[in-house]
Design a protein around this ligand. Sequence first.
Ligand SMILES: Nc1nc2c(ncn2[C@@H]2O[C@H](COP(=O)(O)OP(=O)(O)OP(=O)(O)O)[C@@H](O)[C@H]2O)c(=O)[nH]1
Length: 300
Amino acid sequence: MTIQWFPGHMAKARRQVTEKLKQIDVVIELLDARLPLSSRNPMINEIVGEKPRLILLNKADLADEQVTELWMRYFKNQGIRTLPIDALSGKGVNKLPAYCQELAADMLNKRAERGMQARAVRIMILGIPNVGKSSLINRLAKRAVAQTGDRPAVTKAQQWVKMGDSLELLDTPGILWPKFEDQMVGLRLAASGAIKDELIDFTEVALFVIAYMMHYYPERLTERFKLKQLPEDRVEMLEEIAKKRGCLVSGGQVDYDKAAEIFLRELRSGKMGVISLERPEDWEMAEPIGKPLSLSQADF
Ligand SMILES: Nc1nc2c(ncn2[C@@H]2O[C@H](COP(=O)(O)OP(=O)(O)OP(=O)(O)O)[C@@H](O)[C@H]2O)c(=O)[nH]1
């Protein structure tokens, strides 16, 4: 699904989320474990405010476990609890109810002090498109309440889904936009498959990922493409990939775009192993790896 994120739509999305939040005790912020900050809404702290929050690092099955640990530490330092999960297989999801109960303890205690009846903790899921919100809702509800993947925009009344006696989940997630102002974010989202292929320049995105892998995962490249040594730069690396995958045009020239597309498909299908596309330190670097991509708000 491509969402046309124009300023009016962002304001509307924010209003809708803010409205839903009034009924919520604990917010579940869903991020992509491979690119947590790039898959995060830039105004999330302002939107969520002081409400207790849990960050779920979804698609952890596709991320580098060691890097996921660095991210958990990063968010812990900001006072936010994280849980890596895989919404498809359900791995990690069973810990969620206990975490939500802990985060809602203040609210529950206050109610008890005032002599009010105990009630279920109400939670909702917030995240950018394609991060796995519907997959998680279906997993938590143990049935298909939210549709995943491509679907027409169908509006239906929101409902609470009971999760045991102590938790209630809002069956419609809050959809927010990513950070458009940062072009590196666009590259990471494109690499992860979050942006429609028709809208991306394969070569640009592949060169970004190649540069990243030459730095952090050089042996994956040499092993996958059977190279004795790593080439000098990323363009040479893409040339090698083109040669290995038979992407040649007449006159012996290489077809960069075809090679880039093949490379990205191999990356996304996990053929190069689990890979994280950003690390906390990338956000502190003066010269980021890779070059910017020109994406507009309408591309998401
Ligand atoms: N490998 C892996 N894939 C996942 C996981 N969670 C979701 N996906 C896939 O990611 C894609 C997007 O999942 P959805 O649940 O539709 O995401 P969403 O956030 O509801 O997306 P929108 O409806 O666009 O807002 C689907 O192809 C899912 O199968 C996960 O934990 N691991």
